[in-house]
Design a protein around this ligand. Sequence first.
Ligand SMILES: CC(C)(COP(=O)(O)OP(=O)(O)OC[C@H]1O[C@@H](n2cnc3c(N)ncnc32)[C@H](O)[C@@H]1OP(=O)(O)O)[C@@H](O)C(=O)NCCC(=O)NCCS
Length: 182
Amino acid sequence: MQNAIAVGNRLYLRPLTRADAAALVPWVNDPEVTRTLAVGSRVMDVRAEEVFIEKTNASAHAALFGIVVRGTDQLIGSTGLEQIDFRNQSASLSILIGEKSVWGKGYGTEATALVVQYAFGELHLNRVQLHVYEYNLRAMRVYEKVGFRREGALRQEHVHDGRFWDTVVMAILREEWESVNA
Ligand SMILES: CC(C)(COP(=O)(O)OP(=O)(O)OC[C@H]1O[C@@H](n2cnc3c(N)ncnc32)[C@H](O)[C@@H]1OP(=O)(O)O)[C@@H](O)C(=O)NCCC(=O)NCCS
């Protein structure tokens, strides 16, 4: 393992660096991967991705990690926290597993749990929240498995495939996380 900041059974998280930009670019330009992301599918080249990584790493209000398979050290995606608010002890979580061949193997669930652990254990936050499109049932299932609860919906907030869809708001509180991970 290299520079691990959180370690699970099959995965670990490590900071992303400029050197990872080339691996990330095909993922962030793959409509199948990005169609369910709030950032949408703007085209990114390696230089733009490098700038994004460096800007995020320099921010005190964001944490960006690579999702890496233990043993092989294969980078399969990225995850992290944005809008880290130390006053209110909250942050927003994002995740992207770019290697579609490994979807459905439990990696999304494990990586999400590792970021949540980092948020509560290392950053001492109280709340981790996220937005997920109502048609992204796979992601919603992941968040439920980790312990996120649905708090409500931003009705018809998003256009996709010629119609309006809700954006679902989910969150997990420190006390909820600790009640099952003490
Ligand atoms: C969402 C994402 C992180 C999930 O990662 P993953 O490794 O495939 O997730 P896991 O294997 O841990 O879990 C997937 C769960 O969803 C379930 N699932 C898959 N397709 C589903 C569907 N259409 N409806 C309901 N559940 C579904 C699986 O059965 C599994 O649940 P189970 O363990 O109870 O069987 C990954 O697909 C991804 O990066 N997608 C593109 C980017 C994205 O959408 N990010 C989230 C934005 S909010």
